[in-house]
Structures are given as C-alpha cells and as structure tokens.
Design a protein around this ligand. Structure first.
Ligand SMILES: Nc1ncnc2c1ncn2[C@@H]1O[C@H](COP(=O)(O)OP(=O)(O)OP(=O)(O)O)[C@@H](O)[C@H]1O
Ligand SMILES: [Mg+2]
Length: 220
C-alpha cells in the first residue's frame, strides 16, 4: 500500500465559524493504482491533498505514505518525503517566477542535494512537449505550458506517488486531454497517481474513482 489514510479530520476557523473541510476520511491507494477524486468546488479536495503531502496538519487522523507516518513525522522528514517520494502538482502551479522552466523543473533535485538525472529530464521535456519552452520564464508561458512544467517538476525525482490538484483545470479541452493521456501513460509505466479533477469523464478513466462531498469521500 502506497497511501493509507484513516479517520482524518481537518477544520478551519473562518471568523468565529468552524468549517469542517475533511470529515472522518479513509482512503487506501495501492502501488501502481490510478485514483481520481471529483467533487464540487469547496468540498475539501485541495485540503485533502495538502494534508496528504504534509503541507497542512490534520486535527486528527493518520496518513501513511510509503511506510512513513506523515502525521507523526518531523517537519524535516515531511520535507524529505516531498523531495524524494511525493510529487505534487499544485492547483495554481506554484512555479518560481524568477526561474526558467528548466530551472523550475530541476529545483527539487538541487534542493535534495543531487544533480538532476539528465536523461530523465530530457525524457520529461519530450513527454510533456515543453522542450521549446525550457528557457522561458513562467510569465512567458501559457497556462498549459506552466501546467506541464509543474508536472515535470513533480516527476523529476521519480516520486513513488504523483499527487495532482486539477492538473487539467483552466486548460482548453485539447490540452487537458493531452495532459490526461500523459497521466495514463505514466500509469501504464507503473506510476501511482492521485488526481483531483472537476471533469467526471476524465475521472471515470482512472482505476478507482471517488466523489468528495462536504469533506466526506465516497466510492464513485
Ligand atoms: N486556509 C483556509 N482558511 C479557512 N478556510 C479554508 C481555507 N482553505 C480552505 N478553506 C475552506 O475549506 C473548504 C474546502 O476548501 P478546499 O480548497 O479544500 O476545496 P476544493 O474542493 O479544493 O475547492 P475547489 O474545487 O474550488 O478547488 C472550503 O469551504 C474553503 O472555504
Ligand atoms: Mg481545490
């Protein structure tokens, strides 16, 4: 099992109102599995992913990724997991504005104190169709190009799991289809994947599809 989540809860305080963004949530993802999550805006999808990657702390519950209990790990260990084991594609890309596409992509390797794998970098640039854009800054790229760059960055360290928040959101149908096809190819090559999407027709092509509603997760 690559991901095991049990009895996970997360609330936010909005003024004096408590918002229950993730409610008593259980989820297991096996190695090599492609799992999709759909749900209306505000139902808690991004919160769940931020919890999984250890960017947010839950109120209670347990998250184990690749045999590491994220929920009791030190901040240092969680950061190491994000560099080495978990590739994360943010809903809003989170590219570094002052760095080119190439510099953004190799950053996780450099932060992990190693030289990026040149052959893998080159393969990713081709797979993602961004070879012509490698010297461009994010401000000189389209939404789709930024999205592909963010995906390459998430994959550069060959993570055991790729977690993506709306990787096809804000893209035209054709680009969205291409990115989804790439995910399918990675999946066939054995990549474990969790993808959040608004698009039920794409989500239905995953091995397992979940629907999130008001912080709860249901098999769909
Ligand atoms: N930092 C925060 N502080 C307070 N409330 C928050 C915070 N982040 C999210 N929320 C609230 O938690 C709930 C879940 O938000 P979340 O971003 O996880 O939803 P989502 O399913 O990803 O939505 P979308 O599809 O629009 O991206 C919403 O009601 C949102 O307003
Ligand atoms: Mg979201």
């Amino acid at each position: 099992m690559t991901v095991k989540v049990s009895a996970l809860n997360k609330t936010y305080l909005q003024g004096n109102k408590r918002v229950h963004a993730v409610r008593d949530l259980f989820l297991s993802v096996e190695k090599g599995e492609f799992c999709s999550i759909v749900g209306a805006s505000g139902c808690g999808k991004s919160t769940l992913l931020q919890l999984l990657v250890g960017n947010l702390a839950p109120d209670n519950g347990r998250i184990v990724i690749d045999d590491v209990e994220m929920t009791s790990a030190s901040e240092e260990k969680r950061a190491e997991m994000r560099r080495q084991k978990i590739g994360f594609v943010y809903q809003r890309f989170n590219l570094v504005g002052g760095l080119t596409a190439k510099e953004n992509i190799v950053l996780p390797s450099l932060l992990d104190g190693r030289q990026p794998d040149a052959a893998w970098f080159s393969e990713l640039a081709d797979k993602l169709g961004i070879r012509e854009r490698l010297d461009h800054l994010p401000s000189q790229m389209s939404g789709g190009q930024m999205q592909r760059t963010a995906i390459a960055r998430a994959l550069i360290n060959r993570p055991s799991i790729l977690i993506a928040d709306e990787p096809t959101g804000n893209l035209d149908k054709e680009t969205a289809g291409e990115i989804f096809d790439l995910f399918m190819t990675l999946h066939r090559e054995g990549q474990t994947l969790i993808m959040v999407t608004h698009d039920p027709s794409l989500a239905a092509r995953a091995d397992r599809m979940y629907r999130m509603d008001d912080g709860m997760l249901f098999s769909a």
